[in-house]
Design a protein around this ligand. Sequence first.
Ligand code: NAD
Length: 398
Amino acid sequence: MIIKPKFRGFICTTSHPEGCAYSVQEQIKYVKQQRPIKGPQKVLVIGSSTGYGLASRIVSTFASGASTLGVFLEKPAANGNTATAGWYNTAAFEKAAAEAGYYAKSINGDAFSDQVKTKVIEQIREDLGQIDLVIYSIAAPRRTHPVTGEVFSSVIKPIGDSFTSKTVDLNSNEIVDVTLKPATEEEIRGTVAVMGGEDWERWMHQLKGAGVLAPGATTIGYSYIGPKITYPIYKEGTIGRAKDHLYATSKEINNQIKDIEGKAFVAVNKALITQASAAIPVVPLYLMLLSRVMDTKGLEENCIEQMYRLLGSKLCETKNLSSADQMIRVDDYEMRDDVQEEVAKLWEKACAGDLNIIPDLEEYRKEFFKLFGFGFDDVDYDKDVNENVPILSIQSQE
Ligand code: NAD
């Protein structure tokens, strides 16, 4: 099959197996060039197939030599459709891990369900005994509650008042006004149920109850805060409310795993183009300008660099955090005053129509398509490729 990108709405509906494999290889290459990390050796990554979760898994494996178990919700190729990018990423990751002699197994299913939690616990018991790091990196549009069966949807809306701002129209390449109506109470509740900490706590509760958390185990959930420009749509909106809940949950989990000397943290990561963030209005324009400023200052990082810094140095520094503070800031470069001042200036110029954003848009688009394995110079996109790529551990379970 010759695979070309097909763009619909905020996503690309095709993925390229060789492009995704190339992107995973590049991330592994970066990690191997860094110094090794003396880190956890048995790691569970929930949301491990793309973005921050995938990068966390790659760093754990190739910098710390850890055995990893990954959980995600992806589709294999079927009926002439390609697999999802996360499927191809995992296939490439597992292959590379196996070639290097590392344990890596994956479970494809709904992480919000109790069935998947039970399956993961069984797998840990069978292969690893106990785990010492649990990364929670889920970004999902909806969640079916495992007890009540209620289906919650996550929305990205302001709270209280409507919010009008500038956003970039990726079809026309123009900066346009966007007005977002405030969320209803129901929508706030839904977003907190999907993107808040309830499911994370459920995972930790069940893992601990099953005795598969090692003494001194750590767990990290991922969050974002961002600058004032995006406050109404992010920090002070529905998603920010969910992230507040995630942070409050980290404190509860921390108390619950204290008796085994466990610790729970929230890592506040940098804003980056991923499948999740591309769908948030206002954010793509901010990301373009942020990337321009951080590039100029030599501070730009992508998922793998962020996760290497989190697991390689930031996590060790938590020893100095007060016990009341479970927040690790990996967004420190993004939030630097000089960076934010520059971004704010560019934002004003862009909104006034005084900034040529075409190069930024092109760069953004390139990065976006790379998430699906397209746009790498070293990959031949005219070549006929087999879209049916197995994930080693999933194939062996079937
Ligand atoms: P992503 O879309 O790249 O990854 C999401 C992961 O969740 C994938 O592995 C996907 O398969 C998995 N997933 C989704 N629904 C699932 C389900 N029901 N069951 C099992 N797996 C499921 O997203 P990302 O941007 O890497 O986000 C991960 C976390 O990082 C989120 O909490 C997000 O808020 C946070 N974060 C993102 C950014 C950013 O700019 N992208 C910044 C800071 C923090």
